[in-house]
Structure formats: C-alpha cells, structure tokens
Design a protein around this ligand. Structure first.
Ligand code: ZN
Length: 468
C-alpha cells in the first residue's frame, strides 16, 4: 500500500556519503568514541562507523566530507516544546508558572493558522540550525474557528525536513469547572478526543524511519478533566500511539492535586492509567522517592527542561535519581515564552550546570548530558531503535559540529567543547541522510523569510490581543 502523503513519507536518498577525519561520539551503549574516525551513510542509514579513514573501495560515493576539526554526534532530539509561543516571547518575565499562564492565556486564545505556521517555522528553524534532527511539539490551544493548527505545524516540519512528533494536546477544564485556563480557551472533552483520534488516523506513521508521528497529549492536571486523561489513555493504547503531558512541574501544581484529588500528581497519573513505557511527561521536578520509583518501575519517561524550570523558578528535576532508577530521560526546550533562547544547546549546558548546583560535581558529566540530548530523547519518543546514536543500521540522523573555530579550538575534549562551550556552529546536519543544515544555514527554507514572517505574525497577534 502506498502511504498517504499526509504522513510525510519520502524516498531514501541514493548513493553513499562518507564523512572522515573527525572525532566521533557514537553515544552507543558503551559510549564508544573515536578521536579520529569515519561515518558512512547509505540509503539514509548508517552503513559504517569506526576509527580511522572509511574503508577503501566504496562504490557509488556521491559526497566525501573532510571532517577535520569537527565532532560527529547523533542529531539532537527535542522532547518538549510549544511552537506557538514563538510569537509571545519576553512577556510575563518575572512570574511563576500559574501567574505566567494566567497572564498569557488570553493572548494565546487568539492564535490562528497563519500564526501557528509562522511560529512553528521559527521554532523549528532555531532548533534545526542548532543540531536538532528530531523535533516534537505539544500543541494544546485550539480556539474555535482558528483553522487547522496541527496541520500548520506539520507542514512547517516537513518544509524544514526534520523528523517530527506532533503531540495533539487539549484542555477541557476551564475556570468555571475549577481549572486554571479561562473557559474561552478550552475545548469540550468530546471535541478533544475526536480531534486527537482524527490526527492519529490522518498523520501517524509507525514505520521505521517515520518522519511524522502523533501522540495524545492532554495538557496538565490543572487544565484537563479526569475523564479526558482516562479516555486519552484508552484512545492512545487502542491506536498504538504515545501519551504526553506536563507533570509535577511546580509546588502550586502539587497543592492543586492534593486539594482537588487528595493525592500528589504521580499518584493521580497512576490512578488515571498514565504511567507506562508509552508515556513521557515534561518537567517532573517535584517528585518524592516513591514517585521516582514508580516512574522507574513502569518505564515512564521524562522530558527535562532545565532552562524553563529556572525561568519560572519551578525547581530542579532529580535527574541523577531518575537515571539511577532507570527512567528514560530526554531534554526539552519547552515553549519559548518560558525559554526565549529556543535552542537545545542551552539545555545540554544548563542540564549539567543546574544538575551540579542541586547534586554536586559528580551529579552529571558532559557525556551523560550528551546522552540525554540524543539517545535519551529518542527513548522517550519511542524512537531509540531508529535514532539517537551512531550505530550501523540506524537512521543517518547526525551532526558535524565545527570545533576548530575561536569558540572551541582550545577546549581539550570535544564533548566538553560541545556541552560546556558556546553553541558550536553546525557544518552539516543530516536527517535520514538528507542535509538540513550546511555551513550553519538551513538548506531547505529561507531563514530570513521565516524571521520576517514570524515577526509580522507576532505583531498581528499582539494587535488582535490588545497588547500593541
Ligand atoms: Zn511545556
């Protein structure tokens, strides 16, 4: 059967790409590294990776790249984001999560399809030019009559050429039902479930190398009814897709759960069918020992968002404890209204820095952090058999970082240069063997046009929402 074009399926590129003379950090199970090594790509898949030059006599080589002065790593995987927030950066600068949300909901409730396409293009452009090869978005604001918002971001991801998980979010618990969002910003439970199922049927591609997957993603315990949580879990398991939400982000959320449900967030999620190896949650900052153990026992994943957690003064997630309990942990930019930088390098660096502030100098090291940003992210998105490490047979999702320039040439260890140094220039980024970045520029879209369009749509939103 020919897959529907909606699912973004594309043919594998022809010929071989050979990359040589670079340092290689494979992020395989043994953290194998080569001081000088090679990677051979064929048909969109990694055919060889190892020390020294590539094997002699390779046929059909369409491109040979001299990686001298570079480090090759798996492409970065982002596990939590809200693209639409690209249009509302720099607002509510000094607020905690609940105050920030209450200030921004009325503006967000005015978004429409052209705004979401512009915001998604801007968000994705920022991440992809910084080495992200697998992106995700958690979109949960669907104002009535706003157009096809999920379709707009799926279109943007296809235009950039990045692998994408679109988490169809939802909110059905408005203020009059005891929730945090205003009533005009929420959908009915039935609408949310129906639209989620339609998105799965239309877009979800579970095949190896899929460019597009859908997850079911009610927003949070304080914006979603218990019924929607339960039913979304049933729907996701019936359809074979993953579940995503926000969990244990702040003390205010913890208090809300105790007052409304008589238990903490993790116990509440467990009672609604929301712990399991097909589930990943953003933040997971305020976790008791028993919560960490429950995540480990069930294989529930975590999207760690250190910059957003710091911006909103939410706290520091217990990443070393989560890893010790065998919880899959990836990194997340989170929405750019709470992390204006919008790129994943900041999360690598901040994961290490805030991790050490909380847990001491041995809490995390640069290699563990690179693993969070690559293989760990692939695990929480359910893609670890396909991407997240440089191994024979996996997808050629890889980045060649330039480390011989002014920012990095004197940092002894290439992985330390990548994590602790300034954001390194990307000489080449491949998604399934297809270049999406060359010499620091996006190859498939016009970055300047995206910047202009995002600025124009941000101004339009500010005008409509009465901010400007
Ligand atoms: Zn979020």
């Amino acid at each position: 059967m020919t897959p529907a074009p909606d699912k973004g399926v594309r043919p594998a590129p022809a010929g071989r790409i050979v990359i040589e003379n670079c340092a290689v950090a494979t992020v395989d199970a043994r953290d194998t590294e080569y001081a000088t090594g090679h990677v051979v790509v064929a048909g969109g898949v990694i055919e060889a990776v190892g020390a020294g030059p590539a094997p002699d006599g390779l046929a059909d080589v369409v491109r040979r790249i001299d990686g001298t002065g570079h480090l090759a790593t798996p492409g970065l995987v982002n596990t939590h984001h809200h693209f639409y927030q690209w249009l509302t950066r720099g607002l509510a600068q000094d607020s905690n999560l609940f105050d920030w949300l209450v200030e921004l909901y009325p503006t967000w409730a005015r978004i429409d399809e052209p705004m979401v396409h512009a915001a998604a293009s801007g968000s994705l452009a920022m991440m992809v030019r910084g080495g992200v090869t697998t992106a995700m978005d958690h979109h949960y604001v669907f104002p009535r009559g706003a157009g096809d918002l999920l379709g707009a971001e799926i279109r943007a991801a296809a235009e950039l050429g990045v692998r994408f998980t679109a988490a169809r979010g939802s909110m059905d618990l408005g203020e009059s039902d005891g929730g945090l969002p205003p009533d005009f910003a929420v959908e009915s439970t039935e609408e949310a479930l129906r639209a989620t199922e339609e998105a799965v049927d239309r877009y979800h591609d579970a095949s190896f190398g899929s460019m597009l997957q859908i997850a079911a993603a009610p927003c949070s315990p304080f914006s979603v009814s218990t019924e929607l949580l339960r039913e979304a879990a049933v729907l996701a398991r019936r359809k074979g897709v993953r579940l995503h939400t926000h969990g244990s982000e702040t003390v205010e959320e913890e208090k809300f759960c105790h007052e409304k449900f008589g238990m903490g967030p993790t116990d509440y999620f467990e009672s609604t069918g929301w712990l399991g190896e097909d589930v990943w949650m953003a933040h997971c900052v305020h976790m008791k020992d028993s919560d960490v153990a429950a995540f480990g026992r069930t294989g529930t994943g975590v999207a760690h968002c250190p910059s957003s957690n710091a911006r909103l003064a939410a706290g520091i997630a217990r990443v070393p404890d989560l890893l010790a309990a065998h919880v899959p942990v990836g990194l997340g930019v989170d929405g750019t209204a709470s992390n204006e930088s919008g790129e994943l390098h900041t999360e690598l660096r901040n994961a290490l820095l805030v991790g050490r502030l909380a847990g001491g100098e041995k809490a995390l090291d640069v290699r563990k952090v690179l693993r969070l940003g690559t293989y760990g992210g692939a695990q929480v998105l359910g893609r670890a058999a396909e991407t997240g490490s440089l191994e024979v047979g996996k997808l050629a999702d890889l980045v060649l970082w330039k480390l011989d320039g002014i920012g990095h040439s004197t940092i002894a260890d290439p992985v330390a240069a990548l994590v602790l140094g300034a954001a390194a220039p990307v000489t080449l980024s491949l998604v399934g063997g297809v270049p999406v970045v060359e010499d620091g520029r996006l190859t498939r879209v016009d970055e300047d046009a995206i910047a202009r369009e995002a600025r124009d749509q941000a101004r339009r939103l500010a005008r409509i929402a009465g901010l400007a």
